[in-house]
Write a protein that binds this ligand. Structure first.
Ligand code: SF4
Length: 357
């Protein structure tokens, strides 16, 4: 087995650390999500953090939206398998408290944290605890003083204002996010910000929507930024179980050849040449059986022997259906012919022989 190659991209940011996870510079793009449990429900929150970690999240963000949540966060932190980012809403004192109980990063939204003095207090605390901060600007909550600007410029101006305050204090251990729900606005804001600052960027399309729409919007945005070195950590915001966000994140990164986790399943759309072989059902079955694999290899599900193996000649393994039987192939070359009902088992026998997991 060989390590899957990834595309090189320009380095446009400095590197910081969130716990032991490097963000920016030449680090691989970090994947994160956020719990949606009540943080005071410690057992449910710890379980979700573990589930996200098992799915491949490098970092997990947890709401600290009040003193009950802070109490829960304190207990979740020491049981967490990943560095935790404390998400602060309006009360800067929760940021101070979360830093004291072990947050690896404090995420604040300058638009709702209040005045710059409060922001400075949070920075001082991050410096004292030697932890990171995310300055997270959202188009829906940009500070009033920037309201007369075009939206993407307001996002940039708001972020740069806070960046300036942080750097004046000698604090550089932060990343920035400029989020909008409208894809062109989010893309433009991140591009413009990068012209002015080398702070690592957290990318996300906010309120992206349900699984299909949200995934497509996010992929459309990330595809315009990540290959060009803009974006160091990502979150896919879906109206879904947050664990579902992680495979979407890897699918996007893998499609851009920037980071791989798990196999790549390709399938033909099928046509009359399948002679009745159920490509759609087989592709779904294969994808489902592969979803817990972490190794990266390509499996093709093709509808016919005439075109299938040739068209999928780059695939490490493939099946091509026929009237009563099918062919298992590798790199375009047939391995064996099997009866139609045995295709699935034979494919996984071949995958198993090579030790993928
Ligand atoms: S691989 Fe065969 S079955 Fe699939 S779309 Fe192409 S010709 Fe049709």
């Amino acid at each position: 087995m060989t390590e899957a190659a990834v595309a090189e991209r320009p380095i446009t940011s400095r590197q910081i650390k969130v716990g032991d996870v490097p963000i920016g510079g030449d680090a691989e793009i970090a994947v994160q999500s956020m719990t949606n449990t009540m943080t005071y429900d410690v057992e449910a929150t710890v379980q979700q953090v573990y589930d996200l970690n098992a799915a491949g999240a490098d970092l997990v963000r947890v709401s600290v939206n009040g003193s009950k949540a802070l109490e829960g966060f304190k207990q979740v932190v020491w049981r967490s398998p990943t560095p935790l980012i404390a998400d602060i809403h309006f009360d800067y004192r929760m940021a101070l408290g979360a830093a004291d109980v072990g947050a690896a990063c404090i995420r604040i939204n300058p638009g709702n944290i209040g005045n710059d003095d409060r922001f400075r207090k949070v920075i001082s605390k991050c410096m004292e605890k030697e932890i990171a901060m995310r300055i997270g600007v959202n188009s829906g909550s940009v500070e009033k003083r920037f309201w007369d600007m075009p939206k993407e410029e307001a996002l940039v101006a708001s972020a740069l204002h806070k960046v300036e305050i942080a750097e004046e204090m000698g604090f550089y251990n932060f990343k920035v996010s400029l989020k909008a729900s409208h894809v062109p606005e989010m893309v433009e804001a991140n591009r413009k910000f990068r012209e002015h600052s080398d702070a690592p960027l957290h990318l996300g399309v906010t309120e992206a929507g349900t699984k299909l729409a949200g995934s497509i919007k996010t992929a459309a945005a990330f595809g315009q930024l990540l290959p060009y070195g803009i974006g160091d950590t990502i979150r896919i915001s879906l109206a879904e179980d947050p664990v579902e966000e992680i495979p979407v994140a890897y699918q996007i990164l893998s499609s851009l050849n920037l980071r791989h986790r798990g196999p790549n399943v390709i399938a033909c759309p099928s046509c009359a040449r399948t002679l009745g072989f159920d490509v759609i059902g087989m592709a779904a079955q294969v994808e489902d059986a592969l979803k817990h694999y972490e190794d990266h290899f390509t499996v093709a599900v093709m509808g016919c022997i005439v075109n299938g193996p040739g068209e999928a000649r780059d695939a490490d393994y493939g099946v091509a259906g026929g009237k009563d039987d099918g062919v298992i192939f590798s790199k375009g070359e047939p391995l064996r012919k099997v009866g139609r009902d045995d295709i699935f088992d034979a494919l996984f026998e071949e995958i198993g022989k090579d030790g993928w997991k």
